[in-house]
Unconditional design. Structure first.
Length: 489
C-alpha cells in the first residue's frame, strides 16, 4: 500500500472517530448543476454545488479550489473569516484532491473575472483514498493505463469526455432519425442456437438449463429478417455484436451496430437512407457535415449528400488499374500471392476479387464518402442476385475515412436459393473457412413462409463515432475497450 493511501485511510478513521461521516447518504445542501451556475450566474446570491476537487491553490488563510461536476469546472474559495478558524483548519486538513464535496456560498467574481463560490459552509461527500494520477485537463501518457483504467482518462481529460459525449449523442440521434422514418425499434436475441448474418468466428457459451452450446450473436440480421417475415415493415435495432476476431485500430471483438430492414425496398432506397442518416446525425451531433480529420494530413471530410457511387469492379480499374474481368484465375491467384492475401476454404474467384479490393483500394483511396456497389455473387450469401448481371449481387459498402462504415443488401428472399447458398457455405467450412456462414434451417423455414422484397442496412456505430470525433483508433471511442488481462486481474 502506498504511503499516501495509508495516510488517507488513517484520515478516514480519524473522521469516523470524531463523528464525521466521510461517506454520507445525501448532501446537506441540495446541489444544483454547476453547468447551470456557470451559464446563468446570479452574482451576490447563495448557491449550493457539489463536485470533485481537482485543484488547490493556497494563499495563507485563503484557499482557492476547483470543483468539477458532470464535466464542468467552477472555482471556489474558503477563508477563516468566512467559516471560522476551526472549520477552515478542518477543511485544510480533511479535504484532498479527488474528494467529492458539497459547498454552500455566495457567488462573486475575482479581480481576474473568475466566477467563484465564496464558501460559507461545506460537507465532505466522499473521501478519495487515491489521488488523481495527473492534473485535471492533462492526458494520461501511458496508453495501457488510459485504456485499462478508462475512468481515470475520462475523469481527468475533458477531450476524452467530449469524445464519449459524441458517442452517446450519436446513438441518440441515430435512434431519433430511424424513428422519424417510421422504423420500429425492436430487440432480438443475443444468445443464439445458430449464429449468422455475417462471416465471422463466434464466441461460444453453454446454456446449463438446456445442456446445449449456444453462441453470442455476430450480427443482428437474421432475427430482424424474421420480423419482416412476421409482418413488420420497418424495423431497426441498436445492439452489441460479438466476433472472435482481431483487436486493432478498427476492430474490437465486442462492438455496436445499428441494423435496419425495410419491406418493399432495395439497395438503391437504402443508399439514399444511409447518406441522409449519416449527414443528419453529423449535423445534430457536431453541428456540421464537414470534419477536419487528422488522417490524410488534415484533409476535410464532407459528409453532405449525395455520396459517390462506384462499382467494386470499376473501383479496381480506376484506383489500381486492375481489370479483373480480363484476368483469368491463374492471374488472380498470382495477385493474391504477391499481395499476401489468404483465402480460407480454397480459391473462389468472387471472394478473391473482394479481398483484393479490401486490401488495395478501400483504405488507400476511399477517404471521402463512397458507396462501393455490386459485389461478386459468391461473396454475398444473404444478398439477392443483381437484376442485370447474375454474377453480381445487389450489395453496397459505404467507405468513409478509408474504412468500411456500412454494409447493405437487397435482401435475398428466395428460400430455395438461400438454401443453396447455405450449402455452398457449408462446403467452404468443411474446407477450412472457419468464418463461413453456418446453415440455419429455421431461417430457411421462415423464408418459406414468404418475405417481401426487402432492403437491409448495417452501420457500425463505433466507426461512425470514429469519423464524427476525428479519431483514428476505435479504442478512443469505446468507453471500455477490450484488453488482455493483467496478472492481478
Amino acid at each position: 500500500m502506498s504511503i499516501e493511501k495509508e495516510q488517507r485511510k488513517n484520515l478516514r478513521e480519524e473522521l469516523l472517530n470524531s463523528g464525521i461521516n466521510p461517506y454520507p447518504h445525501v448532501p446537506k445542501y441540495k446541489p444544483i448543476p454547476v453547468s447551470e451556475v456557470v451559464l446563468n450566474p446570479n452574482l451576490g446570491t447563495y448557491v449550493s454545488v457539489a463536485g470533485r476537487v481537482v485543484s488547490f491553490r493556497k494563499h495563507g488563510k485563503l484557499i482557492f479550489l476547483d470543483l468539477v461536476d458532470d464535466g464542468v469546472r467552477i472555482q471556489c474559495s474558503i477563508n477563516a473569516r468566512g467559516v471560522g478558524k476551526d472549520k477552515f483548519n478542518q477543511f485544510a486538513r480533511m479535504i484532498d484532491l479527488g474528494d467529492f464535496i458539497n459547498v454552500h456560498g455566495k457567488l462573486y467574481r475575482t479581480r481576474k473575472g473568475e466566477l467563484t463560490v465564496d464558501i460559507a459552509d461545506y460537507q465532505l461527500l466522499s473521501k478519495a483514498l487515491r489521488s488523481p494520477p495527473v492534473k485535471w485537463g492533462h492526458r494520461l501518457l501511458d496508453p495501457e493505463v488510459r485504456y485499462r483504467k478508462r475512468y481515470l482518462d475520462i475523469m481527468m481529460t475533458p477531450e476524452v469526455r467530449e469524445i464519449l459525449r459524441i458517442r452517446f449523442k450519436t446513438v441518440e440521434e441515430v435512434r431519433k432519425f430511424m424513428w422519424s422514418k417510421g422504423y420500429i425499434e425492436v430487440e432480438t436475441p443475443i444468445l443464439q442456437p445458430v449464429y449468422g448474418g455475417a462471416e465471422a468466428r463466434p464466441f461460444k457459451t453453454h446454456i446449463r438449463a438446456l445442456n446445449e452450446d449456444w453462441y453470442l450473436r455476430i450480427s443482428l440480421e437474421l432475427y430482424l429478417k424474421r420480423l419482416i417475415v412476421a409482418g413488420f415493415n420497418k424495423v431497426f435495432e441498436i445492439g452489441k455484436n460479438f466476433r472472435n476476431e482481431d483487436i486493432d485500430v478498427l476492430h474490437n471483438p465486442e462492438f455496436t451496430m445499428m441494423e435496419s430492414y425495410e419491406a418493399y425496398a432495395d439497395y438503391n432506397n437504402i443508399m439514399r437512407l444511409t447518406e441522409e442518416l449519416i449527414s443528419t446525425v453529423s449535423r445534430k451531433v457536431i453541428g456540421s457535415t464537414t470534419i477536419q480529420y487528422p488522417a490524410k494530413g488534415g484533409e476535410k471530410l464532407d459528409l453532405s449528400p449525395p455520396y459517390r457511387r462506384v462499382s467494386l469492379i470499376d473501383g479496381l480499374k480506376e484506383f489500381i488499374n486492375i481489370d479483373v474481368e480480363s484476368l483469368n484465375d491463374i492471374e488472380i491467384k498470382e495477385l493474391l500471392r504477391t499481395n499476401q492475401i489468404s483465402l480460407p476454404g480454397g480459391y473462389n474467384r468472387g471472394r478473391a476479387i473482394v479481398k483484393l479490393f479490401d486490401k488495395l483500394v478501400g483504405r488507400e483511396y476511399l477517404f471521402q464518402p463512397t458507396f462501393v456497389v455490386d459485389f461478386p455473387k459468391e461473396s454475398s450469401p444473404l444478398t439477392k442476385p443483381h437484376r442485370e448481371r447474375k454474377d453480381l449481387a445487389e450489395r453496397f459498402e459505404l467507405y468513409i475515412g478509408g474504412f468500411e462504415l456500412a454494409n447493405a443488401y437487397t435482401e435475398l428472399n428466395d428460400p430455395v436459393l438461400q438454401e443453396m447458398y447455405f450449402r455452398e457455405e457449408e462446403k467452404r467450412r468443411q474446407m477450412g473457412d472457419l468464418e463461413a456462414h453456418p446453415f440455419d434451417w429455421d431461417f430457411i423455414e421462415a423464408l418459406e413462409y414468404g418475405m417481401p422484397p426487402t432492403g437491409g442496412l448495417g452501420v457500425g456505430i463505433d466507426r461512425l463515432v470514429l469519423v464524427l470525433s476525428g479519431q483514428t483508433s476505435i479504442k478512443e471511442v469505446i468507453p471500455f475497450p477490450m484488453l488482455k488481462k493483467t496478472s492481478t486481474e
